[in-house]
Design a protein around this ligand. Structure first.
Ligand SMILES: [Zn+2]
Length: 94
């Protein structure tokens, strides 16, 4: 009786783990933008070397960032780069 209960518990634990793993994978693949609240694939989010962002990706999607930053105002682009902790590369914006 005890061993049967033990097996049952192990199965539940294994099932939970599998579920968590799938959930985790889906969370990595898709992210919700904190600005437009839309779920978008990971590549819609800027890569950043900063440890402050989960999965080293921006929490705001690229289209929102583009809307937020006036690209002809270099000061704002610079600020964005600081936010994402990436070096400011003027060539990327021309
Ligand atoms: Zn967005």
């Amino acid at each position: 009786m005890v061993s049967l209960l033990l097996v049952k518990n192990v199965n539940v634990a294994a099932a939970l783990k599998e579920e968590d793993r799938v959930k985790l994978t889906e969370e990595i693949k898709k992210r919700r933008c904190v600005r437009c609240k839309e779920e978008k694939p990971e590549h819609e989010f800027c890569k950043t070397p900063s440890n402050f962002f989960p999965g080293h990706r921006s929490i705001i999607c690229t289209s929102c960032l583009e809307k937020m930053v006036k690209q002809d105002v270099l000061g704002e682009v610079d600020r964005l780069c600081r936010y994402l902790d990436i070096p400011f590369d003027i060539n990327k914006w021309t």
